[in-house]
Write a protein that binds this ligand. Structure first.
Ligand SMILES: [Zn+2]
Length: 395
């Protein structure tokens, strides 16, 4: 018995962990809420008759392997999942049928998840991967994209998913939440109650000393047009100058985004929607304020956000000592944990996960960081894009 166990492990000797699961019977119930709104309920059941096995090694990422031969059946499971278009729920169904569900589920009854929750979960994972890659791009960083990805991860509401025995909580970015829930209780700045017409200085690690006008400060604190979050940001910015370094950087960064570039009412991974007419002077968004100093601060903030997202999702990964082979191993509780483990091991200094530049493709692929020219996932996509460009030119 013992001998077979050892031989089995040899099939994927270099793997940091293996993970066993079952394929999944997946059904989608469509519920018509209104003529224009359809909700999809994804129902899943684990199939004990169809066991599957995954292995992970830093070089290849997470792959599904053949239990008997150790051959790879599906490469880069993380890319497969984040490449699925959110509008094509059918493709999520196919993914779960091949790779099982993201959390452990029962074999004797359906568990269910709303498409909205599933999409939120996967969008966060996708945004984390995209952000890691964007900040590592060598030639030209797309700072506006980095900004929208960072803000959407940092500011979107946390959510919970209950399925089977699992109760999952998304990353909360707690430093920020704790800071802003206390911001209005901070002792008020000495200038607040004066009627003087002057500028005062704020210690600011991004800009050195930053000058703020008393009137502007008072206006932001008292104006009813200003959201609670914005009010908390300015209160923290002015009145919590001795906050711990990381916390302080987040406060300063958000202050300059909201009050220098522009107040916004929604942020998506690819877009920020600004409030028009909030500021008293200048146009919105004021991209002129998005200078090199703020861009450098953004990269720091993005790294904090990525770290918190990954750490929060590593709760299902534990070190384990395998006494049969006298070696340390990792144990993962779920496919979701295994996927975040492969994000944890991404080396964006060496390799980047890029979105294919063919707008119709949507696939993510991995390239070495220095091969900055490779924009397409395949020759097929590259040719298609060239043809489209040719056609557009010669119309
Ligand atoms: Zn492609």
């Amino acid at each position: 018995m013992k001998k077979t166990a050892i031989i089995r492990e040899n099939f994927y000797q270099e793997s940091l962990f293996t993970f066993e699961s079952n394929c999944c019977f997946t059904a989608i119930d469509k519920i018509n809420i209104s003529p224009s709104e359809v909700r999809n309920i994804i129902k899943v059941e684990s199939l004990s008759s169809k066991p599957i096995k995954f292995a992970f090694q830093p070089k290849d990422g997470l792959v599904r392997i053949d239990e008997k031969t150790g051959a790879t059946l599906e490469e880069n499971i993380l890319s497969s999942l984040i490449s699925i278009d959110d509008n094509q729920i059918e493709n999520y169904k196919k993914f779960f049928e091949r790779n099982g569900f993201l959390f452990p589920i029962g074999t004797d009854k359906f568990e269910q998840i709303d498409d909205e929750m599933l999409i939120r979960l996967i969008d966060r994972m996708r945004s984390t991967v995209r952000l890691m890659s964007q900040i590592s791009e060598v030639e030209k960083k797309d700072y506006k994209k980095i900004l929208s990805l960072t803000l959407s991860l940092l500011l979107s509401n946390p959510f919970e998913i209950k399925i089977g025995e699992t109760s999952y909580s998304s990353c909360e970015h707690k430093i920020l939440r704790d800071e802003f829930s206390e911001a209005n209780n901070l002792p008020k700045n000495e200038y607040f109650n004066t009627d003087k017409d002057w500028m005062f200085e704020v210690n600011d690690s991004i800009y050195g000393k930053y000058k703020l006008h008393v009137d502007e400060y008072r206006h932001y604190v008292t104006d009813s047009e200003i959201s609670d979050l914005e009010r908390s940001i300015i209160q923290s910015y002015v009145n919590h100058q001795k906050a711990p370094r990381k916390q302080r950087l987040l406060i300063e960064f958000l202050y300059h985004v909201y009050f220098d570039i522009g107040s916004f009412y929604a942020v998506m991974p690819d877009e920020i929607l600004f409030n028009v007419g909030f500021k008293t002077t200048g146009s919105i968004p004021n991209w002129g304020a998005f200078d090199d100093k703020l861009k450098n601060a953004l990269i720091e903030v993005a790294k904090i956000v990525i770290t918190e997202e990954i750490n929060s999702n590593m709760v299902g990964v534990h070190p384990e000592y395998d006494s049969s082979i006298m070696e340390p191993r990792w144990k993962v509780d779920s496919l979701l944990g295994a996927l975040y483990f492969s994000i944890f091991y991404m080396k964006p200094n060496v390799e980047i996960t890029r979105l294919c530049a063919n707008p119709k493709c949507n696939r993510y692929f991995t390239v070495s960081r220095t091969s900055s020219k490779k924009k397409y996932c395949s020759n097929e996509c590259c040719n298609r894009a060239l043809q489209n460009r040719y056609r557009a030119k010669h119309k």
